[in-house]
Design a protein around this ligand. Structure first.
Ligand code: ZN
Length: 200
């Protein structure tokens, strides 16, 4: 009976759900499921394994140009690059160490097609991907999974106490990876989307 009870408990956990809006970072001091919907925006999730502590951002734009950035940035969490830094600082303050932080990134869809021959260098989704991948590389972090690019939206669920992310795509088609955007090629980066992350 005890085993059955525990199984039921794990299947139906009473975990609060938090809806994360654009331009925000959420540090989960208690276990919860953070959900957010992404178009061209990027969510970076970090999970400090030993502390079982998760943090997630929902950044809208690639690069912060605030004069106060990066030491005391007043731009909040609108920008992908300084959001990554703020998340890291928050985890370090909680006692996390860099090698034990698992990082995943999601989003960066190309939601608007180029108009009248305008080139895609202005595409926000792609710029957000580049910014996220390079920030992760710059800070020497381990990227363990990604689902980025394409031209569809995504809804994600981040389990802050396990680091798992479940994802539902809104649309279909090919996606991309961090590989092409890294300055230093690393063989592990091409297949990062495979792993425990699942569709639902
Ligand atoms: Zn900033």
């Amino acid at each position: 009976m005890k085993v059955t009870f525990m199984m039921m408990k794990s299947v139906c956990p009473r975990i609060p759900i938090v809806h994360l809006g654009p331009g925000n970072i959420y540090l989960a001091e208690r276990p919860c499921i953070v959900t957010t919907v992404l178009g061209s925006c990027i969510s970076v999730t970090m999970f400090a394994i030993r502390l079982q502590l998760g943090i997630i951002c929902h950044g809208l734009l690639p690069t912060c140009n605030e004069s106060s950035c990066p030491t005391n940035c007043t731009a909040g969490a609108r920008y992908v690059d300084c959001s990554v830094l703020q998340m890291l600082k928050a985890l370090y303050r909680m006692g996390a160490r860099r090698p034990e932080i698992k990082v995943k990134i999601f989003g960066g869809a190309e939601m608007l097609r180029p108009v009248n021959g305008s080139n895609d260098s202005i595409n926000v989704g792609r710029q957000n991907i580049i910014s996220a991948c390079r920030a992760i590389e710059r800070h020497g972090l381990n990227l363990s999974a990604s689902d980025i690019g394409g031209n569809w939206g995504r809804k994600i669920l981040f389990y802050t106490h396990t680091g798992d992310v479940f994802l539902r795509r809104i649309g279909n088609g090919p996606k991309t990876s961090c590989g092409p955007y890294l300055r230093r090629r690393s063989p592990g980066h091409e297949n990062v989307a495979q792993g425990r992350d699942a569709s639902w």
